[in-house]
Design a protein around this ligand. Structure first.
Ligand code: ZN
Length: 163
């Protein structure tokens, strides 16, 4: 099973706890900038999608939102992250914030039985442009959406719109 949270008691300052001290910034924090992402990426050859889902780089970018943000930024999820230009890092930071803002506004993404704290399902699944859409036409260009696995996670992208 997958665990998404924990409640821990600590007598030390919480930010110094071993589970928290190595975490990267929040996506909406000013320190999560294109320069930050570009500099952290240097020397890392992992796929950009894996990189932005790494909590040590930035927290809170889950699989669905990583797929959608990379589509919005026009960047292939398979690209080695140290090959991104500063301009691409800038597009990606903007796209992550936009996708998360819209998903939060719509109450999250209900794939099966997710219910938010207000008892309502999320509605962002109606805004998904690549996630879960393999074989369906890309909303931008009509080409079929591709599906593959990166780091054990389902990955969707448009081979024409994302390079
Ligand atoms: Zn496309």
């Amino acid at each position: 099973s997958r665990r998404f949270g924990a409640l821990l008691w600590t007598a030390e300052p919480p930010e110094r706890h071993s589970l928290l001290q190595a975490l990267g910034p929040e996506p909406f924090d000013a320190t999560f900038s294109s320069i930050y992402l570009y500099q952290r990426a240097q020397g890392h050859t992992s796929a950009v999608k894996t990189f932005i889902m790494d909590n040590r780089i930035v927290v809170g970018v889950g699989n669905i939102y990583a797929n959608e943000a990379l589509f919005a930024a026009g960047i292939s999820p398979l690209r080695p992250v140290d090959r991104l230009t500063e301009a691409e890092c800038d597009r990606l930071v903007v796209a992550i914030r936009e996708i998360l803002t819209e998903a939060i506004r719509q109450g999250g993404t209900t794939l099966r039985d997710f219910i938010g704290g207000d008892g309502e399902p999320g509605y962002f699944q109606q805004s998904l442009r690549v996630y879960g859409r393999h074989g369906l036409p890309c909303a931008a260009c009509g080409q079929p959406i591709h599906r593959c696995r990166i780091g054990q996670r389902a990955t969707y992208h448009c081979p024409r719109c994302q390079s």
